[in-house]
Design a protein around this ligand. Sequence first.
Ligand SMILES: Cc1cc2nc3c(=O)[nH]c(=O)nc-3n(C[C@H](O)[C@H](O)[C@H](O)COP(=O)(O)OP(=O)(O)OC[C@H]3O[C@@H](n4cnc5c(N)ncnc54)[C@H](O)[C@@H]3O)c2cc1C
Length: 320
Amino acid sequence: MKIFTVALQKDGKLLAGSYELIEAAKSLGGEIYTAILAEDASSLASELASRGGGNVLVVSHPQLKHYNDDVYVKVLSSLIAKYSPNVVLGPASFYGKALFGRLAAAMDAPMASDVTAISQNGDSLTATRPSYGGSVIAQVANADSSKPFFVTIRMKIYPESKDGAGEVVQESVDEALLTSNMTIKEVKAESAGSVNLTEADVIVSAGRGIKGTENIPMVKDLANVLKGAFGASRAIVDAGWTEYSNQVGQTGKTVNPKLYIAIGISGAIQHLVGMQTSKTIVAVNKDKDAPIFNIATYGIVGDAFEIVPALTEKFKAELS
Ligand SMILES: Cc1cc2nc3c(=O)[nH]c(=O)nc-3n(C[C@H](O)[C@H](O)[C@H](O)COP(=O)(O)OP(=O)(O)OC[C@H]3O[C@@H](n4cnc5c(N)ncnc54)[C@H](O)[C@@H]3O)c2cc1C
């Protein structure tokens, strides 16, 4: 079996999910290929090779500095056609989902999105994907094994590959593939220096219980002490207290951190579907009957305005 993973970079740094894809590829067993596209991908390629990326296919070009649907699809389609893998793995991140939908369509191939496990049964591959907010677990098999099966893997499900075999292979692609009617002139980070929600090991999220936008710094302080990301319920996004990019849930991001702390969040099903697979869930809520406590590993019944600053102080003292 030939397994192809697509490592994505932003600002010249690999997404951590790239190593998780290699681990998923290793679990299938077979020949691994990893593609990396960047303005100068050589150092990223060496790192991927040292962590088990197999044949690391490198395309470096100024046009590949920023993610561009059009150019990335053309370049990757040409590599996939050249190496004819059985399966192509990518991250179920914002860019990964955009890229893989287009790639599968461009290559007229099957696709499964936001997959939590992938396994091999003889010649056939089966992807496991939660549907309807996790209430249905679908097993999706590729019916046509003559075409690559495109799969995006939910982040933080597989551990990062730490080592393994790998060698860097410089690829040259036709210049025509690097042209586009679309030019990315600049990419602005929403909040510089903050941790990406879908990649975070720790997330501290705020809900309507924090009463107003002026109290968001209180929750962000706790997130910062834990080197985590800040998340939000839809209620406070709709209220304009924070940006949509922070929203966790059915119509926001699906996250899977090691630790999820929910502050003043009731636990509506639409929020739970975005975070209920977190390894440890801590809920702070003054209502002991709040539904969030049904899924919480640890529950703290009390006032967020007393508990959150106390937790921040305690962690600051313990972690400094
Ligand atoms: C189609 C659809 C899609 C949706 N998508 C999403 C989504 O993606 N994400 C999402 O989050 N929601 C989503 N929702 C909205 C969802 O149904 C809830 O309305 C929302 O999650 C509630 O947000 P909340 O828990 O912050 O607010 P509330 O439900 O108002 O809960 C506030 C909580 O704070 C507690 N509280 C109050 N004061 C304090 C205090 N001082 N200290 C501690 N606790 C306190 C209260 O006891 C309460 O439990 C969606 C809804 C629909 C219909």
